[in-house]
Each structure stands twice: as structure tokens, then as C-alpha cells.
Design a protein around this ligand. Structure first.
Ligand code: MRU
Length: 352
């Protein structure tokens, strides 16, 4: 199966977080190594590392290595606990919408607190934290592998799939969610055709999904975001595959801004619309889509074309939510590591 070098991981001696700086893709492949908590938080909030599962993994690995590096400077048990909790808080606040981030941070906090209560400190504590972070990544790889197999059941010979943003290898630990089945379909000779929305304002589709799919040898067709209705009304799309940042308890789905519009268009033209993601993206504590906190980002992302020249007049107002919510009624099916579900109740039952 398609494997780029992982977008998030550790240096060989496990002392630093390594990530591919996705803001430089597709023009440059630059890997950054760091154990600095502020640099890690900054990388997440600037989308150098991005995608719901990948930011969870980056936060877990980043918490382990930054804490390791800080405690080499000394301090007593109480200082260290306060330090770990403050790092965790900073990381969790770096992006609010994807639940995978707070899920991973909370899992690390739980292990830290339990280990301290059990009397662990020094090297023992450092090892436990690192092992937990590595497990979070390993489990994510396995979940994505299963999602890819489960989603593959939807793809036939030559299927034409529209996707939005990037829910591929770059957005997870390996393989991808929405793109995972497409990579597998290619490998198994099904010759899928992937239509990629450019995904304004930060162009994750044009820069990242197109990069990933072209490198994998897929027939890849890039379209502007406003072309989806034209494509679907002319019968050029067999199904839509998207990832997710948070699935609420009623099945509403937060994902990259523009996803809801695609779901509405797909429903109107009778094109099946699938949401693919690991169950770590399901948040039973959020009752519905209205309760999901949507990240709003800098105006310049809209008034400038991806870190280049300004293209709108000074003084213009800007609305820049990074995500929207698709009501569960517009979702044809959910694909997780546990299977392919054509209604949300069955998805929920699979978790029991
Ligand atoms: O702002 P981004 O690029 O982090 O948004 C990413 C998405 O919306 C993805 O579709 C989602 O995180 C799923 S990634 C498997």
C-alpha cells in the first residue's frame, strides 16, 4: 500500500518530534525536528502539521519529547507535574475543532497522572510517556489501514470520486481516511479517478491531496471549489469521500469548510456522500453539530492567495471559518475502522 515517509514521527533516538512542513508543499519537502513546546504548538496552529488524526499524534509525541527535554533541567515532582499540565493545556488550545487533539492530550494526561500516583519519576516516567505516544500513533496507523479496507468496498472499476481538503497520508499517521481506500483501489488495479477540490483558502486539496494522489500514480483532476455542482449535475461523480474533524453524538460531522456545501449538492443530484474517519473522531460529549466549536482564522488567509500577494482591497470585511458542519441527514454512510455503516445508529452500535 502507498507509503510516503510518515508526515509525523520521532527522530531515530526518539528525542525529537519530526514533521513534514505541509505549508511548503508541494514545492518543497522540508522536515522539521523539534522538542520545543512553543514550536510544536505553533506548527499545529499554522497547519505545518494538520489533519485531525495527525495533530493528535503530533500533540502526543510532542508532549512526550518536550517534557523529556524540559525535565532534564531539573525541578521537583510538583514543578514537573505543573509543567506537564501546562504543556498539555497549550497543545489542546492550539486548534479547537478536531476532537482528536484533545482526545490525545487527555490520554497522555491520564497516563502521566496515573504514573505519578504510582510513584514513577525520572527515566521511568519518560519512558511511559513516550510509549503511550508511540501507541497512539501505532493505533492510528492500524485504524487507517482498516478504514482503507472498509472504504474500498464502495469503489468499483474506474469509480470517479470527489474529495475535499486532504484526508490522506499527510493528515494521519499513515495511509489516510478518505484517501486510504483510493490508494488501495489503485494498488488493486481498480483505476479510480480522483477529483480534487482545491479547498480555499489554504488549498489543502490543490497543494496536498493532488501531491499525494499524483505521486501515487492516480488519474487526478483538480477543480475549483465552485465547480462541484457542475461536475455532479453532469453525472461525472460516482461518490464523494470526505474526512472528519469531529462527529457529534447525533452524527453531525464537522470537517473542512465547504464540506457541507458538497453534501447539499450531492444530496440534490443523488450522489452518495461518505464520511470516513477513525472512531477517535467521534465525540459522544458533543450532542450535535451546533455545539461544535468552529475555529475562525486570520483574515489574510482570505484576502491573500496562500502566503502570496494581497488580492482584496484594504478595509474589506472577512468571514473565515475553517470548518463547517454537515447534518447527519446528508450523510449516506460512515466508514470507520469497524466497518461501513449506512446509518449512524449502526456506527454507534459498533462502538459498544
Ligand atoms: O485545517 P485542516 O487542514 O487541518 O483540516 C483538515 C480536514 O478538514 C480533514 O478533512 C480532517 O481533519 C480529516 S483528516 C483525516
Amino acid at each position: 500500500m502507498f507509503v510516503l515517509k510518515d508526515a509525523v514521527g520521532l527522530t531515530e533516538d526518539a528525542s525529537k518530534l519530526v514533521f513534514l512542513d505541509q505549508t511548503q508543499l508541494p514545492l518543497k519537502e522540508v522536515y522539521v525536528e523539534t522538542d520545543d513546546i512553543d514550536e510544536i504548538c505553533d506548527a499545529i496552529s499554522r497547519l505545518k502539521v494538520r489533519g485531525a488524526p495527525a495533530i493528535g499524534v503530533a500533540a502526543a509525541l510532542g508532549l512526550a519529547v518536550s517534557f523529556n527535554s524540559a525535565i532534564r533541567c531539573g525541578g521537583n515532582t510538583e514543578d514537573r507535574a505543573a509543567l506537564f499540565h501546562s504543556y498539555a493545556e497549550k497543545l489542546a488550545a492550539s486548534r479547537p475543532t478536531a476532537v482528536n487533539l484533545s482526545w490525545a492530550v487527555n490520554r497522555m494526561l491520564f497516563v502521566f497522572d496515573r504514573s505519578v500516583r504510582d510513584g514513577l519519576s525520572g527515566t521511568g516516567l519518560r519512558h511511559v510517556l513516550l510509549d503511550e505516544a508511540i501507541s497512539i500513533k501505532t493505533e492510528d496507523i492500524e485504524k487507517c489501514r482498516m478504514i482503507s479496507e472498509n472504504g474500498l468496498k464502495l469503489i468499483g472499476k474506474g469509480s470517479r470520486i470527489l474529495t475535499h481538503c486532504n484526508a490522506g497520508h499527510l493528515a494521519v499517521s499513515r495511509y489516510g481516511t478518505a484517501l486510504g481506500p483510493v490508494h488501495l483501489a489503485l494498488e488493486r488495479g481498480l483505476e479510480p479517478v480522483i477529483y480534487v477540490d482545491e479547498t480555499r483558502p489554504l488549498l489543502q486539496g490543490a497543494r496536498l491531496t493532488a501531491y499525494e494522489m499524483v505521486r501515487d500514480g492516480a488519474e487526478t483532476i483538480l477543480v475549483c471549489d465552485n465547480m462541484a455542482a457542475s461536475l455532479m449535475s453532469s453525472g461525472k461523480i460516482d461518490m464523494v469521500f470526505v474526512g472528519c474533524d469531529r462527529i457529534a453524538a447525533n452524527g453531525d460531522v464537522a470537517n473542512k469548510i465547504g464540506t457541507c456545501g458538497l453534501a447539499v449538492i450531492a444530496s440534490y443530484f443523488g450522489v452518495p456522500f461518505y464520511v470516513l474517519g477513525p472512531t477517535t473522531t467521534y465525540d459522544p460529549d458533543t450532542p450535535d453539530g451546533k455545539s461544535i466549536i468552529i475555529e475562525h482564522r486570520r483574515a489574510e488567509e482570505v484576502t491573500e492567495m496562500f502566503y502570496s500577494e494581497r488580492m482584496a482591497p484594504e478595509g474589506v470585511g472577512v468571514y473565515n471559518p475553517a470548518f463547517d458542519v454537515t447534518p447527519s441527514s446528508l450523510v449516506t454512510g460512515y466508514v470507520s475502522e469497524y466497518g461501513l455503516f449506512d446509518n449512524f445508529e449502526d456506527f454507534k452500535k459498533s462502538l459498544i
